[in-house]
Design a protein around this ligand. Structure first.
Ligand SMILES: Cc1cc2nc3c(=O)[nH]c(=O)nc-3n(C[C@H](O)[C@H](O)[C@H](O)COP(=O)(O)OP(=O)(O)OC[C@H]3O[C@@H](n4cnc5c(N)ncnc54)[C@H](O)[C@@H]3O)c2cc1C
Length: 230
């Protein structure tokens, strides 16, 4: 179930489910995380990927895959997929990986004969009917090139999923939920609205890692308890 709306009334927030009746709560913890940023070019939601795990590596076995992005997630995905794919092509908008990827990772990518890095290049078309079977890419100032690929991995970052919270809790300039001292709230995970807390990736200034998100989730419970019993 998706939480579509939060209302604050009588000093108590009221979450509303997307379908069904409103449910009245005295406190809520926001853990919505981010959603994948869109890529420039064709819309491809049903066939893109934001994870490169064993399943995806098997799917790419013996074929060519394409990874879009110049950050560490894209680099790790390309390295991982290159173990099973015939070839992995990494598409990077910028002219280098120096500012966006760890040096140890970019060095390994550059040294891997099964990986090619295409700088200043973006996707202009996707091909296939039942499944993706090719892409057209274009380097700045060059002619488009079409090539067969079995899968495309989109690793171009994420944006916070918080538009629906605008006006209820204070967001930073990127849309992450501000908590603690930044909004003069009483505890590190409290937002500007009493009773509403935020933890994990959705929280402004959080570390954006699994372990820290889990840790924040466990710690915030005592703050909710304090709020409800304070
Ligand atoms: C490609 C990639 C690789 C990563 N690799 C690593 C790694 O190697 N190590 C590491 O530590 N971290 C890694 N991370 C980061 C890690 O995944 C996050 O830090 C962590 O998952 C954050 O947890 P979270 O609970 O805050 O958010 P999420 O895990 O994003 O969970 C948010 C959940 O809330 C749901 N949701 C959103 N809006 C609503 C709503 N309105 N109502 C109800 N539900 C909603 C979403 O569907 C989702 O299930 C990686 C992230 C990505 C994208």
């Amino acid at each position: 179930m998706r939480c579509a709306r939060l209302r604050s009334g009588y000093a108590l927030p009221t979450p509303r489910a997307a379908q069904g009746s409103p449910s009245h709560q005295r406190s809520a913890i926001l853990t919505g995380g981010p959603f994948c940023a869109p890529i420039r070019g064709p819309v491809c939601t049903p066939i893109d990927n934001y994870a490169a795990t064993e399943n995806e590596a098997r799917y790419c076995s013996g074929a060519e895959a394409i990874v879009i992005g110049g950050g560490n997630s894209a680099g790790q995905a390309a390295m991982y997929l290159s173990r099973s794919a015939d070839h992995v092509r990494l598409l990077v908008r910028g002219t280098s990986l120096a500012t966006s990827m760890s040096h140890y990772l970019s060095s390994r990518l550059e040294a891997d004969p099964k990986i090619s890095i295409e700088y200043e290049t973006h996707i202009v078309a996707l091909h296939g009917s039942q499944a993706l079977d090719g892409v057209t890419i274009q380097k700045e100032g060059a002619a488009p090139r079409t090539m067969p690929v079995c899968a495309m991995f989109v690793m171009v970052g994420a944006a916070p999923n918080t538009q629906w919270l605008t006006g209820l809790v204070t967001l930073d300039d990127k849309g992450f939920v501000m908590t603690g001292d930044a909004v003069d709230a009483g505890s590190p995970y409290a937002t500007s609205c009493p009773g509403i807390f935020a933890v994990g990736d959705v929280r402004s200034g959080s570390v954006k890692r699994v372990a820290s998100s889990v840790g924040e989730g466990s710690v915030v419970i005592s703050k909710v308890w304090d709020f409800l019993n304070g």
